[in-house]
Design a binder for this molecule. Structure first.
Ligand SMILES: Cc1cc2nc3c(=O)[nH]c(=O)nc-3n(C[C@H](O)[C@H](O)[C@H](O)COP(=O)(O)OP(=O)(O)OC[C@H]3O[C@@H](n4cnc5c(N)ncnc54)[C@H](O)[C@@H]3O)c2cc1C
Length: 467
């Protein structure tokens, strides 16, 4: 047994430290355990031992979370059996749009196959992933221990570990920051004399308000989830997703002055103001199980660590700490999984002593994993006039117009719908929508309006009867 203390310089050789035991941090730890004898995950929160619970470090867990098929696939490859564990715990693997009542910015999607999506409680996802990751004896979590800075090497610039609050050092050959949207990495790097990474930011000022309900079983209900999307001329939307048993989570969203309130008495009224009454109809007689809770800081923000001229050896940034998205597109966790996969691939064949010096290449690979989701989220957000950020270039504008047509086509044509959801789930590359066969299908629907007046309910689902 190696009893070298953690703060001893020799202890760092076989040791990697991950900051943050969120989704990105845990998957990164899983990957690093294949390359390092020991991986320590440092987490600020005290982690619940008794099961899935809310914790302050992941406040977004009170809002609807979906994990698209690509994220499910990568997560399952890294942690075999995790999908089954999640389903046992109450998550559902749904087919999108087939299992949803889904009003797109144009019309209703038909109930046809498209892409699988995992829905359920975010707290359950974190709990199951943590349990699965900790089955590996090489990984340990130090919880209730906030990281407070980076340990500099002898050159004063490279990173050879971290300091925990109170000043306790923890030596490591590689440090990965996965502390999410509140990451202090820019300040920590500045303290070592590094320039801050460039930042790109698009903010459509989307606000969230979510509330948990108990829904009575309804034999006439033909859907397993609901999504009423907003659009620039009507920027209010809502999602209803199952959480296991009779528990359903409602998340209402709106841009700028349309952001939903967290006042109990205004929640149902906002739901009634969406483009379809379907969500309101579903929850109006249901029993609320929680107060509404809000979330406002939803900008897309990319910190370009991959572009740093001389990044410090031994330090990487992943997950929301590097790139976060407007959450309404549901891509953050899938991108975190893709970054873990990219980290895995980039480390392949690299001797441990060469890893600290290879961080620039690795950081670029993990940044690439975010590119498609970034394009989707920022491209969509730029449609909203109040969005702050660099203006769209010509190519983006052309693509936006084409994508509006793809959605119109997907509403009417199951083959297009399937291709559209393949891209939205990050399972197929966006250029599959630009192939000649797809373009022909899109062109054949060109005359349909992009913002039609839509019926309250889609043809495949009648409105509920009774009060
Ligand atoms: C309202 C909302 C809804 C969302 N919906 C979806 C969705 O439907 N689908 C989807 O895929 N994504 C969604 N996301 C995005 C998703 O939540 C994030 O992309 C994902 O959690 C990123 O994981 P992460 O590990 O980078 O960060 P987090 O999960 O936020 O974890 C960061 C961890 O770092 C810890 N930490 C922070 N500071 C320190 C420190 N100094 N020392 C030690 N530990 C620290 C925190 O306690 C936390 O445990 C949503 C986000 C929001 C805000």
């Amino acid at each position: 047994m190696d009893d070298t203390p953690d703060n001893h310089p020799e202890a760092r050789d076989d040791h990697a430290v991950v900051l943050g035991a969120g989704f990105a941090g845990l998957l990164a730890a899983r990957v690093l355990a294949e390359r390092f004898a020991r991986v320590t995950v440092v987490e600020r929160d005290e982690l619940p031992a008794e099961g899935p619970r809310f914790r302050p470090g992941v406040p977004q867990s009170r809002h609807a979370h979906v994990l698209w098929s690509r994220g499910v696939d990568v997560m399952e490859r890294l942690l075999p059996g995790i999908t089954a564990a999640l389903r046992e715990g109450g998550s559902a693997l749904l087919e999108s749009p087939r299992d949803f009542l889904w009003l797109s910015p144009a019309d209703w999607f038909r109930p046809v196959p498209g892409a699988p999506v995992l829905v359920g409680s975010r707290e359950l996802i974190d709990w199951c992933v943590r349990r699965a990751v900790l089955r590996d004896p090489r990984i340990r979590i130090l919880d209730g221990r906030p990281a407070s800075g980076l340990l500099a090497g002898e050159d004063g610039r490279s990173v050879v570990g971290v300091t925990l609050r109170g000043g306790e050092p923890l030596a490591a050959r590689l440090v990965v920051d996965a502390t999410g949207r509140t990451s202090r990495a820019p300040a920590w790097l500045a303290a070592l004399g590094h320039a801050c990474p460039a930042v790109t930011r698009y903010d459509s000022h989307l606000g969230y308000s979510s509330r948990l309900y108990a829904l009575r079983p309804d034999p006439d209900r033909r859907w397993h989830g609901m999504y009423v999307q907003g659009r620039p001329d009507s920027p209010r939307g809502g999602v209803l997703v199952p959480q296991g048993g009779d528990r359903w989570l409602v998340t209402l969203v709106g841009n700028g002055e349309h952001a939903p309130s967290t006042k109990e008495e205004e929640f149902l009224g906002f739901a009634r103001s969406l483009r379809s009454p379907a969500l309101h109809d579903a929850i109006r007689g249901a029993t609320p199980l929680s107060d509404p809770t809000g979330f406002r800081n939803t900008a897309n923000e990319r910190r370009h660590y991959e572009r740093m001229d001389r990044p410090p050896d031994g330090f990487l940034v992943v997950g929301d700490a590097a790139c976060r998205f407007n959450p309404v597109y549901g891509h953050g966790m899938t991108v975190a999984a893709l970054a873990a996969q990219a980290l895995d691939e980039a480390l392949t064949g690299l001797a441990p002593e060469r890893i600290p010096g290879a961080v620039q290449r690795i950081q670029r690979a993990t940044a690439d994993a975010a590119s498609v989701a970034w394009q989707i989220a920022t491209g969509e957000d730029m449609r909203y006039p109040q969005t702050e950020g660099p203006p769209p270039d010509r190519a983006t504008k052309v693509l936006q117009r084409y994508m509006s047509r793809v959605v119109v086509g997907a509403n009417a044509d199951p083959a297009l719908s399937s291709r559209f959801f393949g891209v939205l789930s990050l399972s197929t590359p966006p250029n599959t929508l630009l192939g000649p066969a797809t373009m022909l299908r899109v062109l054949s629907k060109w005359r349909l309006p992009t913002t039609p007046a839509t019926p309250a309910y889609p043809p495949h689902h009648p409105p509920p009867t009774g009060p």
